[in-house]
Design a protein around this ligand. Structure first.
Ligand code: DAH
Length: 384
């Protein structure tokens, strides 16, 4: 606020008084228009009506020199000006008047909320929700396959031993089960082992459920939550997400698998990405492979993210093992479908499974999986 000089007053004629108070009023209004918060209002009040150094005292002193015949006029005008200034310096009064005007114009003003707040602060903004980054990633993967003509299948998280393991060619006590330890539902020792319930360790059981439910051709993607007895660390979580895929038809070959996944990786990570397939093992596919993509951080020349190999391992896949088709056929027979629809002599298929967290971490450069589950808005807002 600049300092204000009181205009000089040569005589007490009506014109002089009008110009005197006119100048003061516009000086005051200019100060007032710059007051945007409670502190500024206080400074305004001290400057104009402060008990000791307020301009109003000075003006009053000057007007005391008025001759007796001018006193009445001078007094009336001075009092009117003082009243205006005092009213306009009162933060609460100005704020209440502002709220009243707003309310009259139809804006919702809650008086009890409005009281004691700085009316010049920005209003409360309601942020729109977004899909969680893991859901966004899962949807992105699913979309790539939808565009290839795949549809989505879903299955339960509480699964039977049969669907999670046995039908996928993990016999009871097979060592491959050790890598997929999980929570078992209590109180089932009376049941045959194949009917015992557990938290599914992968989305692969939905392959079996989908094949049992209908004949080929089948092209499905299966997004979902899975559970494992894994200690949480920077790259592991006991609950995580997968997207599974299954394609069964006549004449499906390993080339189809390679072409499909090569396309999917380019669609997800960019057209410059290369894929390579390494021999691997899964009980339910034969042959099985691990798929690696060229490192999206260094383009394949080697960096810390790819442990200087130029490649990042991303998913498992393979040709559906005939033993899996045999389990499906047996199950379908029990349900009355005796069409031998999954005869490995007539049909073949491929399957794949990938971790959603791992893909999201690579896509967004996230180094700690725990961030996805933290609920920390500062992290989540970055995906809006
Ligand atoms: N179910 C496997 C896992 O969780 C991933 C997987 C590998 C799924 C190969 C497949 C596949 O369908 O063919 O480790």
């Amino acid at each position: 606020m600049s300092t204000t000089k009181i205009p000089s007053l040569n005589d007490y004629s009506a014109t002089s008084l009008q110009s005197f108070f006119g100048i003061l009023t516009s000086e005051f209004e200019s100060d007032r228009s710059q007051a945007h918060n409670r502190d500024a209002f206080e400074a305004l009040r001290v400057k104009w009506v402060g008990r000791k150094q307020g301009l109003m005292n000075e003006i009053g002193d000057l007007l005391k020199t008025a001759p007796p015949e001018a006193r009445r006029d001078v007094g009336t005008q001075f009092n009117a000006f003082k009243k205006l200034v005092e009213a306009q310096c009162d933060f609460e009064a100005v704020r209440d008047e502002f709220h009243a005007t707003m309310a009259q114009a139809g804006f919702p003003v809650q008086r009890e909320v409005a009281r004691g707040i700085d009316i010049t602060l920005p209003g409360a903004v309601r942020t729109p929700g977004i899909a969680h980054p893991l859901l966004q990633t899962m949807e992105a993967v699913v979309k790539v396959f939808h565009q290839l003509g795949y549809s989505t299948s879903l299955g339960p998280q509480v699964e039977t031993d049969f669907y999670n393991f046995e039908a996928l060619n993990f016999p009871p006590n097979h060592p491959a089960r050790d890598t997929q330890d999980t929570l078992q539902i209590a109180g089932q020792s009376g049941k045959p082992s194949r009917d015992r319930l557990l938290m599914r360790t992968h989305t692969s059981p939905v392959q079996i459920r989908s094949m049992v439910a209908g004949p080929p051709p089948l092209r499905i993607v299966i997004p979902g939550k899975v559970h494992r007895n894994d200690a949480a660390d920077a790259t592991h979580s006991p609950i995580f997400h997968q997207v599974e895929g299954l394609c069964v038809d006549t004449n499906i070959t390993f080339s189809d698998l390679k072409g499909t996944l090569d396309h999917a990786m380019r669609a997800l990570f960019g057209s410059a990405v290369k894929t390579r397939f390494f021999p691997s093992f899964f009980p339910f596919t034969e042959p099985s492979a691990d798929v690696q993509i060229s490192c999206i951080f260094c383009g394949g020349s080697g960096c810390r993210k790819c442990k200087h190999s130029g490649w990042i391992e991303l998913l498992g896949c393979g040709m559906v093992d005939p033993a899996v088709f045999a389990s499906v056929t047996e199950e379908r027979r029990k349900l009355g479908f005796d069409d031998n629809a999954y005869d490995p002599a007539r049909i073949s298929g491929f399957a794949f499974g990938m971790g959603v967290e791992r893909i999201a971490m690579i896509l967004h450069g996230v180094s700690d999986i725990g961030q996805f589950y933290s609920g920390d808005m500062r992290f989540l807002e970055q995906f809006a």
